[in-house]
Design a protein around this ligand. Sequence first.
Ligand code: THU
Length: 138
Amino acid sequence: MTDTQTRALIAQAAAVRLNAFAPYSKFKVGAAVIGASGKVHTGCNVESASFGLTCCAERVAVFKAVSEGETAITAVAVVTDMSPPASPCGACRQVLYEFGKDAVLLRANLTGEVLESRVGDMLPDGFDGKAVVEAQKR
Ligand code: THU
């Protein structure tokens, strides 16, 4: 990714973060993913009064992307107002992994701090669909 692409993806995640519906936690998160098509899909966290139904920004972004026809992601930016920038939760790591083990993961905040890694780095030896497909053959 070029610096320009990195900055643009983080800017989109920061912009959608403003739409976060987080009246309970007040913890606003924005995410932006690049799909295999090259298109960017964004998401924010959406909380429920029944707390367990809350959906994180990363999963909203991935599910929006998949619902638009993407089958994989090549990059994801996650923006919070935290220093150091916050990490995706375990559930989001799993979903990101299934759609983009090698995707660039950018964790950023509002003051310009950026941590760059790969999705797979955050979920070593992760669970993917291969085992499930194998089991169907039995
Ligand atoms: N949250 C995210 O959106 N992404 C994460 O990876 C961690 C947590 C949201 C869920 C909830 O709305 C709030 O942050 C506090 O957990």
